[in-house]
Design a protein around this ligand. Structure first.
Ligand code: ADP
Length: 352
């Protein structure tokens, strides 16, 4: 599946701007970004629900930009299930097969197989209203998969479910992915945990543009954009001065008058750079000589640990950072000075 320079406008609103993206056969891609960043629009351009104002959509190298959705042969699952309420589960799943005029016996067999695939074999004769939200979503997935589409498009399929059910469904989607190794999955989500759990690759979107796309691990551990670092893993971005390159992609940076080994750094940034430090990697202690001075601004108990808001005191001014620690024993109170430790080897990202 390939998008080549695809733009979509709704009247004057540019919802998607010159997006280039390729997803390989059998790959799972997450389209990740905040609300309104253009993820659903990208999915709709692939499904054929919106017409690009520029660019082409290709499937297996063939240009499908002008094909109506029904002739693209893709599976689509949307957030609110959109099952036909007056049809039983089996008839919902059979819908696309009947539209394709498959022989009856084959329809019956495919429906059985597909319901089994999503763990809903026992529910064929129920109506959608007789199912829970999670079960309805499974049926929606079965309905999309019944035609054996080469590409399954999922638009925030879990966002209408409660937290515990969402976790079950992530496990369910992982199982499905393993059972359908040739099916390409494109999954729209604003939830970075979901994207990391499910996707081989992540495409990060912001303001109608693709910020960067790459293997999930690379984007998490060595983001090349400031936005990726802050959105995927909520890294603190601490402005630093790049002192020198130390070979490979390692560098030395200067922070608060001290030098610190850092990296990986992607590319060779020319302008201002920041250290991306995830909250759980910051250490917070009583003030000490080896530590960066900071003021403790707030403490929130989170059950499994504490979230601390701090103002890091740098030569250039103060920088707000967030830390996650297991305990606050031995720490001074809110408003007091503390010492912060920053580990070696944090990724360096260009600012702006
Ligand atoms: P996301 O899926 O990332 O939340 P969308 O692709 O739904 O974002 O929306 C991208 C932008 O396009 C937003 O600014 C949104 O308000 C706008 N938009 C989406 N659908 C329509 C529409 N049918 N008409 C006008 N504007 C729209």
């Amino acid at each position: 599946m390939e998008l080549r320079g695809v733009s979509v406008h709704y009247g004057r609103t540019c919802a998607l701007s010159e997006v280039d993206l390729t997803v390989g056969r059998g790959e799972t891609l997450a389209l990740l970004g905040p609300s309104g960043s253009g993820k659903s629009t990208a999915l709709k351009a692939i499904a054929g629900f919106v017409r690009p104002s520029a660019g082409r959509v290709l499937l297996d190298g063939a240009d499908i930009t002008d094909l109506p959705p029904s002739r693209r042969g893709l599976g689509v699952v949307v957030q609110n299930y959109a099952l036909f309420p007056h049809l039983r589960v089996a008839d919902n799943v059979a819908f696309g097969l009947r539209a394709r005029r498959l022989p009856r016996a084959e329809v019956r067999e495919r429906v059985r197989e597909t319901l089994e695939l999503v763990g809903m074999a026992g529910y064929a004769r129920r109506y959608p209203r007789e199912l829970s939200g999670g079960q309805q979503q499974r049926v929606a997935i079965a309905r999309a998969l019944a035609i054996r589409p080469p590409v399954l498009l999922l638009d925030e399929p879990l966002s209408a479910l409660d937290a515990a059910l969402r976790e079950d469904m992530v496990a369910e989607l992982l199982r499905l992915r393993a059972e359908l190794p040739d099916t390409t999955l494109i999954h729209v989500t604003h939830d970075q945990g979901e994207a990391l759990a499910l996707a081989d690759r992540i495409a990060v979107m912001r303001d109608a543009k693709l910020v960067e796309a790459g293997p999930s691990g690379r984007l998490y551990h060595r983001p090349s954009r400031e936005f990726t670092a802050s959105f995927l893993g909520a890294a603190n971005l601490i402005p630093v001065e790049l002192v020198r390159h130390d070979g490979d992609d390692l560098v030395t940076v200067r922070l608060g008058g001290r030098e610190l080994p850092a990296g990986p750094v992607t590319g060779v940034p020319g302008g201002a750079v920041a250290l991306g430090v995830r909250p759980h990697r910051l250490g917070v202690h009583a003030p000490g000589r080896e530590l960066f001075p900071a003021t403790l601004k707030g403490v929130q108990w989170r059950g499994s640990g504490f979230r601390l808001d701090l103002d890091l005191e740098l030569t250039s001014g103060s920088c707000p950072v967030r830390a996650e620690v297991a305990t606050v024993d031995g720490l001074p109170g809110v408003g007091q000075r503390v010492g912060v430790s920053i580990p070696d080897g944090c990724p360096v990202v260009p600012l702006g």
